[in-house]
Design a protein around this ligand. Sequence first.
Ligand SMILES: [Zn+2]
Length: 195
Amino acid sequence: MPLISPNKPYRIGRSKTGLGLFATRPIKKGAKIIRYFGPLLDSKKEKDDAVENKYLFELTNRWTIDGSIRANVARYINHACKPNAESDVKPRKRKVFIRAIKDIEPGEEISYDYGTDYFKAYLKPIGCKCEACERKRRKKRAEARAEQLLAKEKAERKAKRKAEKLATGRKANGKKLNGKTKRGNGRLANGHAGP
Ligand SMILES: [Zn+2]
């Protein structure tokens, strides 16, 4: 059984961080894209509470979807801090749909925000690889490079000024030395001129 039927507007493909879900047709803003589904875990049952994986989707305090099953194609959707889709949670129906929050073009990767709990547990320790965060990192790196260059130029200017000062200082010292020599000669002359 194929994982995705050809009339769906998405396909699984290679993304920067592994696999991802990509639009194969234009998806309108607001459109339901795919359901996130799997066995329901009940936090009141001890054995359910023991399930631990990256695909758990907490619906309510009590109910969690275990989305780790293969048939749940929505599990391929990657996190993004500035996503083009969102998780639309229907707690009473115990259902989750991934819905477009922007018009999505064919070829574009579909993403939604996994939420702060997931971010803190899984993404922050390794650094979020989403487009927005990569862009931020690139900008920071460029700014750091520009700052380094400025600091280097400043240091070079300072070194040049110091060298110039030293050069003029040496000239001035030379004059002073000549003066001292003259005065020394004078003193010597005075000594001779003593009683
Ligand atoms: Zn991010």
